[in-house]
Design a binder for this molecule. Structure first.
Ligand code: DC
Length: 209
């Protein structure tokens, strides 16, 4: 079984994906990390983030062993990730890795922006997570502070809105719900309640088969 979870930055889709995978004993891939790894490679090399050829080269050389690196979670890396992810050739270079990950047994949960629309259009279950930008900014700020980073909620909110705009309006694989996705509004749900709602969606799909 393949479960696709898409949604905007800081919607809680990552934590949800991880918990859902754990619940079903499936493998989990936070696909944002892949774009973040490309961004970090460019930043580490002192390269121009707008250089598509260098970004493609970085995408082809990714090492999944490094996907857990805490530096991938920073605001700067996220911002550059949003830029490199708009390059069609970068997305193309990362497609096979994601599809192979999804296809391996016993099942997988992938979370991102275009899983239900582009990467796994035949996913068994598609969930599109939404949440109020103000709530997302608060969560992201608290997360950053818990890592010891300095974070100003107003700046985080502005960044989230800018990133939403870019992710939604890019010409390739924009952030949008697949026609057959189940929308989950996470604004007023804590992690446990969000997980419960997602499990209910998966179980309803299974029961309808
Ligand atoms: O979910 P995140 O904040 O870790 O994602 C970082 C950036 O990567 C995001 O701004 C857009 C991009 N991204 C994407 O284009 N497609 C995905 N499947 C996942 C992330």
């Amino acid at each position: 079984m393949i479960i696709a979870i898409d949604g905007p930055a800081a919607s809680g889709k990552g934590t949800l994906g991880k918990r859902l995978a754990h619940h079903y004993h499936f493998r989990h891939l936070d696909t944002g990390v892949i774009y973040r790894a490309v961004a970090k490679a460019l930043l580490d090399a002192g390269a121009d983030p707008a250089d598509e050829a260098l970004a493609v080269a970085a995408a082809l050389e990714l090492d999944p062993e490094k996907f857990g690196h805490p530096a991938l979670k920073t605001q700067t890396v996220g911002e550059v990730a949003s830029v490199v992810s708009a390059f069609p050739r970068v997305r193309e270079a990362l497609l096979t890795f994601q599809r192979q990950f999804a296809a391996e047994p016993p099942g997988a949960v992938l979370d991102g922006r275009d899983i239900g629309t582009v990467i796994c259009p035949d996913a068994d279950v598609k969930i599109f997570v939404v949440a109020d930008p103000v709530v997302r900014a608060r969560r992201r700020t608290l997360e950053a502070r818990s890592r010891g980073e300095d974070a100003d909620e107003a700046v985080v909110l502005a960044d989230i809105l800018k990133r939403d705009e870019r992710d939604r309006n890019r010409s390739i694989a924009p952030l949008k719900a697949a026609a057959d996705a189940h929308v989950l509004d996470n604004s007023n749900l804590d992690i446990e309640a969000g997980l419960k709602a997602a499990i209910a969606i998966v179980e309803a799909v299974k029961a309808a088969r």
